[in-house]
Design a protein around this ligand. Sequence first.
Ligand SMILES: [Fe+2]
Ligand SMILES: [Fe+2]
Length: 389
Amino acid sequence: MARETLPATISSPTDAASTGKDASSQLNRSFDRRSLLKGLGIVGAAVSVGSLLAPEADADSSGGGITHGDAAILRFLAAAEILETDLWQQYNELGGIQDSEVPGGSGSPAYTAAISQLDGDMAQYIHDNTEDELTHELFINAYLVSKGASPVNLDQFRTLPSSNASGAQQIGRLTNLMQLSPDTTWWTRYRSRSGNPDLGDNFPPAIPSLAVGQHPAIPRTDDDLADPNFLQAIANTAGFHFATIEQGGTSLYPKVAQRVSSVEVLRIVLSIGGTEISHFQTWSDKAGNAPPLTAVDPVTGVSVTFPDLNSSPLGGEDFQTNLIMPEPTAFLSRNLPACSIIRPTATQGAAMGALAGLTADGLFIGQAPAFFHFMRELATAADNARRGG
Ligand SMILES: [Fe+2]
Ligand SMILES: [Fe+2]
């Protein structure tokens, strides 16, 4: 087996000290990444090449170490978790609970109230999802380092603007929540009793107009708080985006698990992946509570309609809002009996597919070409990983 003893060519330049320093240091302070990592012998992600080349990092001499393939999979997952943390942090600053567990920001009462229309506990759930992603990110990177493999650092790409609405921190971001086109086909995909994307099936979106034009999921400025109907449209967009993000993680983990080599890495992937499912299940329930409305963005002129998913011409098996348990559907072969499953789970192109999906949703609008290049290299390496290699 090829062991992970050298920093891969895709490893981060780790020169966060010279680029995006202010933004990254603020975020690091917020989450106290440094003290968390210090205990593990890591400061940030600036692991020296020397430490990565140390003989004790070699699996064959220490009993530790992981394959190049496992390291590549974990690195892509670490990057995905860093991106998740970044976006959830933005939601938490404005619509969650800002506390010692998830510091940063001071909240937007009007936005928080609009989100609470989907469930009175939304602020707590946003907070907890944010904290979960941070721990995923920190754990995977720390595990990589503990095995002598290089971690992932995206600090140089924290260049996107923050919301100017009151309550948001003014720091550089990795993700853009103000120009989203969320894909909501997961709604009908998980309600279908016969279709499976792994068998070539396609599914209609629950909210077709969200996929047309660009929609803010957080207030861009305090002006976005003025019209209660438009503010609710922003909150509804967030509500559906939450589930869009977490269904992606729900599929990504089982997809890559099929090409993991070590049982311990498999344990990590299965255990973290399970919480992505937990998130998705929660958000898919809450999205169904989004108040039906039509609103026009006063800045862009883009329209969005959240239909009543329980009434004609919608409703029924494909749209009814309380059908949140995954319906049994075709799995592996249409000759086998229907089964209630995560879908899709085909492993080929898993990482690149996840990256393409996030990109298509508008999450990275404004990011530099170098960001996409870096992420594509991580995804390619993860998709090239094979069991035992
Ligand atoms: Fe996560
Ligand atoms: Fe997640």
